[in-house]
Design a protein around this ligand. Structure first.
Ligand code: FAD
Length: 262
């Protein structure tokens, strides 16, 4: 059972518990479904862990953990990885050393649903990738990124190779194939993911996957970001510059909360 936070999560915040739970679930549950990784899956895992090691603004021990997994993956020779070998690295148990750094279960806070089948991992995966696209903009602020698709490409590969919701993966691949390669900068990458996520929200609004306590909105709603919404010729439109500024503040390290039970 997932512990329920004592008070409802604040929708204007990002919670480290969700992000660390996403890491645990992505690496130790989704990837673990394949007893041997080969071909595309090896590449997808390497790219995913590489962007995590580079951009995940984690607690120091989590950053060390991600960097050590990244180093290990870079040194893998050959084209196949048995999960049993990866598992040893992911549990990080070496004799005489501190045990696993990532908790072995999930705790949803901002991604807690009103019922166990709502929200959770898919919510945390979106949150993780928005955060990574925004971290990449901070990393490259003022200079042109060599590869503006670094994070989106890693997400595309991860979702294609590992995301357990295959229907979601297909939909996402459809959107990626249509327009991801038009992205020219890290700012555009953060906005691309924001706008595609809103498309998914629009498609799913009112369907069975919607948690009634968390209706699918075009995000951020005016309560979270008033300047993001403007009116042109009496039509509601997004002010993308304001949205970008909002994304950078919302998915910034100082908006990530570590303590959520107080
Ligand atoms: P989510 O949509 O998961 O959003 C999580 C949080 O992100 C929200 O609480 C909010 O704080 C923030 N957020 C919301 N919108 C945005 C935005 N535009 N930009 C930035 N942040 C935002 N489910 C299906 O049934 N069919 C699908 O085809 C499908 N495709 C998916 C594809 C991907 C790649 C992923 C990761 C998930 C997909 N899902 C799909 C799951 C679905 O999108 C939701 O994740 C799930 O229903 C849980 O919804 P939620 O209410 O927790 O909010």
């Amino acid at each position: 059972t997932t512990p329920i936070p004592r008070k409802p999560a604040d929708r204007s915040k990002v919670y480290m518990a969700d992000l660390e739970s996403a890491l645990h679930y992505a690496l130790r549950v989704e990837v673990a479904r394949f007893s041997v990784l080969t071909g595309e899956r090896v590449r997808a895992l390497k790219d995913f862990v590489a962007v995590l090691a580079k951009y995940f603004p984690g607690r120091p021990f989590v950053q060390n953990f991600l960097r050590s997994v990244d180093r290990w993956l870079r040194n893998v020779r050959g084209s196949r990885i048995p999960y049993s070998a990866l598992k040893l690295v992911l549990t990080n148990r070496k004799e005489g050393q501190a045990p696993a750094v990532l908790s072995n279960n999930v705790t949803w806070v901002g991604c807690q649903g009103s019922e166990p089948h709502f929200r959770g991992y898919p919510c945390s995966l979106w949150t993780l990738f928005h955060l990574l696209t925004v971290q990449a903009t901070r990393h490259h602020s003022g200079q042109k990124a060599e590869d503006p698709l670094e994070v989106l490409g890693a997400m595309r590969g991860y979702v294609q190779s590992f995301f357990g919701c295959r229907e979601c993966a297909q939909h996402f691949e459809g959107m990626a194939a249509e327009s991801m390669d038009k992205v020219r900068s890290v700012d555009e990458a953060a906005l691309w993911l924001w706008s595609r996520h809103n498309r998914v929200n629009a498609r799913l609004a009112g369907t069975a996957t919607e948690d009634p306590q968390f209706p699918k909105l075009q995000w951020p709603p005016p309560e979270l970001c008033h300047p993001c919404h403007s009116v042109v010729k009496r039509r509601q439109v997004w002010d993308e510059a304001a949205v970008l500024q909002f994304l950078k503040a919302y998915f910034s390290p100082i908006n990530i909360f570590l303590n959520y039970t107080e």
